[in-house]
Design a protein around this ligand. Structure first.
Ligand code: ADP
Length: 447
């Protein structure tokens, strides 16, 4: 096992990784920007290294500085968290070239899944259901138009290199098809330096359901069930739950097994998430994330497992600590992403936290790097905490969420807490009957 791990991230996820390391007897090294010298992840880590000025491009994405920090401190492995360099195949390669272990999949798997076209082909070959569409990138527009007509409008044009919903355009009908392809392609070129686009059937009111998998380097692979992340705004997840209100045990076992077997066939290692859209009882692959996800705690809540611990075990060459038969899903869990934002306009609200009180009690977990007196810097993501509740069933989890939200105090900045309290009064949310476009229409109606 490693003696020392460098955590190449900040905020709540840096703390999350630190906690797993400490429970495994591993020393931690924090990295930080000049803006984060007083951050909680720096205070808790055994050692810390400043890697550059506030902008992430100069600090948390600064590969040479991060490698230097490993060498100075003697860290044997790097955990990238999520975001920043977590899905950067080049970073994983550079880390390994320095004889340091990258806690994550191989660079080849990161690269394969980072390109949506190669990802879709690879998972399709391994038996995963995909959205009907073009075979690979669109090269001939006349041909593409025929495929679109065959699929039926509306169709979606997506960027191969896409991320964060950019480079995506809906063509409502044949007349709008060519211009939609052009817009998507030029947006993709500008954002990602790659204008390749492909075509998919546009699903109207699907749910977003994703399967968590874990694999070791000894041929063991398990699935940990699903998370329902259908509550989204601008393609960003706002609240996640496990299990999904839309799946029964049989559907869960089926899609879980298909996903696990496909991921095992690809030879994947570490944790990963296969994301699907789910409509009329059918699953359609949209992408695979080759990292730990923000919403992993809801899976931890219902399985009792520590996903970061398993990541570290696998990276050290050990076996997963469980088999599929050991995995039991208990109760229901919900996570709210508490952002430092105006709850109505979603404008960022950085600044000094004057008061802070974390909720507690049975079935409540708050993953956050906040403390009273801390100044939330304006340079990074606005996520300041994740409130995770667990109950014996969904109604109990909802009651607990309301109780815990009411206990949470964050003074001095605006947060999205009121949004969640309002959602808890909303029958469609309470009944679990919502889809990926529901939240945006609900927000639009409230204006
Ligand atoms: P990104 O990497 O940019 O987030 P994804 O492929 O994960 O791209 O898709 C982001 C979101 O776009 C999905 O969560 C869903 O809301 C929507 N989306 C993607 N593919 C389709 C589709 N075929 N039909 C309808 N909506 C889609």
């Amino acid at each position: 096992m490693f003696d020392k791990v460098l955590i190449a991230n900040r905020g709540e996820i840096a703390l999350r990784v630190h906690r797993a390391c400490k429970e495994m007897g591993i020393q931690t090294v924090a990295i930080h920007s000049e803006a984060d010298a007083d951050a909680m992840h720096v205070r808790l880590a055994d050692e810390s290294v400043c890697v550059g000025p506030p902008p992430a491009g100069k600090s948390y994405l600064n590969i040479p500085q991060i490698i230097a920090a490993c060498e100075i401190t003697g860290a044997q492995a790097v955990h990238p968290g999520y975001g920043f360099l977590s899905e950067n195949a080049r970073f994983a390669e550079i880390v390994e070239a320095h004889g340091i272990t990258f806690i994550g999949p191989t660079p080849d798997h990161i690269r394969m899944m980072g390109d949506k076209i190669t990802a879709k082909q690879a998972v399709k070959d391994a038996g995963i259901p995909v959205v009907p569409g073009s075979e690979g990138a669109i090269s001939d527009i006349d041909e593409a138009e025929k495929i679109a007509a065959g699929i039926g409008y509306p169709v979606l044009i997506k960027a191969a290199a896409g991320g964060g919903g950019r480079g995506m355009k809906v063509a409502e009908n044949a007349k709008l098809f060519r211009s939609a392809v052009q817009t998507a392609s030029s947006e993709a070129s500008a954002a990602f330096g790659d204008g390749s686009v492909y075509l998919e059937k546009y699903l109207g009111k699907p749910r977003h359901i994703e399967i968590q998998i874990m694999a070791d380097t000894h041929g063991n692979c398990v699935h940990l069930g699903e998370r329902d992340c259908s509550l989204q705004r601008r393609h960003q997840k706002v609240l996640e739950e496990a299990t999904s209100p839309a799946l029964d045990a049989k559907a869960r076992a089926e899609i879980g097994a298909i996903t696990r077997d496909a991921v095992a066939a690809i030879g994947y290692r570490g944790v990963g998430t296969v994301e699907y859209l789910y409509e009329n009882g059918e699953f359609y692959f949209i992408e695979m994330n080759t990292r730990l996800q923000v919403e992993h705690p809801v899976t931890e809540a219902i399985t009792g497992l520590d996903l970061v611990r398993e990541q570290i075990l696998v990276a050290a060459g050990e076996k997963l600590s469980m088999t599929q038969d050991d995995i039991v899903f208990n109760g229901h869990s919900i996570e709210c992403r508490i952002n430092a934002e105006d709850p109505a306009t979603f404008a960022p609200s950085p600044g000094k936290v004057t008061e802070f009180h974390a909720p507690g009690g049975l079935g409540v977990r708050l993953d956050s790097a906040l403390y009273a007196g801390y100044s939330i810097p304006p340079y990074y993501d606005s996520l300041i905490g994740k409130l995770i509740v667990h109950g014996r069933d969904r109604p109990e989890a909802l009651l607990r969420l309301k109780r815990a939200l009411n206990e949470l105090v964050v003074g001095g900045v605006k947060t999205t807490k009121p949004l969640f309290l309002d959602l808890l009064e909303e029958p469609a949310f309470v009944s679990g009957d919502y889809h990926i476009r529901w939240l945006e229409s609900w927000l639009a109606e409230r204006k």
